[in-house]
Design a protein around this ligand. Structure first.
Ligand code: 5RP
Length: 262
């Protein structure tokens, strides 16, 4: 199985596995969405079923809820949890200030609500997600379906006023129909290339009528666990100004790969 994993999956697995070290017995967790978060659910599920780890999780999407249950993780609502000890989620981009672009998987709204309701947010990512400046990945913006074309026009005017390109703001599709989020909204993807002033853009977007939330996560992430394809893992903690390097073992009891073989 190890040999079957792509380099990208090996890196995602390494990050997910290392992030489990931050999970303590009895914690209530926010569970992210995406392919890296899916590895986390497998790793956590292993700890629950094999080691008896007691955790409860609030999923950030219906997809994650299903995967968590399949992995043996108890799923509860945010209302039931009230507050979370820790959220672990993926990201589409992160910069040196641990600012993020999220929403490539279409779950940015629940992801932001859950992360904001947590003592701590840890991002798990392979090294390809690290950027000097956010914006090469199209910025997802969740909008209500009513009048989304008008919302799009105002977004275009707003980004042009900030000297950002407004000529490529696209409605995310799911086949022939607009993509619909778990909250029943649509997503506009803003192809901006490079975002200069993150805070200004976030503020401006949130003022547009019809915009529910943007995929800019600023001052939310506390730590990024960066995975490499050879199993190396780095920790980036902006507040402690710390970079810590280690390696996730693939042998013995640590060997999740063998468990995923069937
Ligand atoms: C979903 C997200 C994901 O965390 C982001 O898209 C990263 O996904 P992946 O781990 O598959 O690269 O924000 O809305």
């Amino acid at each position: 199985m190890t040999a079957d994993l792509s380099p990208a999956d090996s890196a995602k697995f390494a990050a997910a596995k290392r992030a489990c070290d931050f999970v303590e017995d009895g914690m209530t967790l926010g569970l992210g969405t995406g392919s890296t978060a899916a590895w986390l659910l497998k790793c956590l599920g292993e700890l629950v079923t094999r080691d008896g780890l007691r955790i409860r999780g609030v999923p950030t999407s219906q997809r994650t809820a299903e995967l968590a249950r399949e992995s043996g993780i108890e799923v509860i609502t945010l209302e039931e949890a009230r507050w979370l000890d820790l959220t672990i989620d993926g990201a589409d981009e992160f910069d040196g200030g641990l600012n993020l672009i999220k929403g490539g998987g279409g779950a940015l709204l629940r992801e932001k609500i859950v992360a904001a309701a947590s003592d701590r947010m840890i991002v798990i990512a392979d090294i390809s997600k690290q950027v000097a400046h956010l914006g090469a990945f199209p910025l997802p913006v969740e909008v209500v379906p009513f009048g989304w074309q008008a919302t799009r026009r105002i977004i275009v005017e707003s980004v042009v006023a900030l000297n950002l390109p407004g000529d490529n703001v696209t409605l995310r599709m799911d086949g022939d129909a607009p993509y619909v989020t778990d909250e029943g909204n649509h997503i506009l993807d803003l192809h901006l290339s490079r975002i200069g002033n993150l805070r200004q853009l976030a503020r401006v977007l949130n003022q547009v009528p019809g915009v529910v939330e943007s995929g800019l996560f600023l001052d939310i992430c506390d730590l990024v666990v960066v995975g490499h394809q050879d199993g190396r893992v780095e920790l980036r903690d902006i507040r402690a100004d710390m970079t810590d390097t280690g390696r996730v073992g693939k042998g013995g009891r640590d060997n999740l790969f063998s468990d995923l073989d069937d």
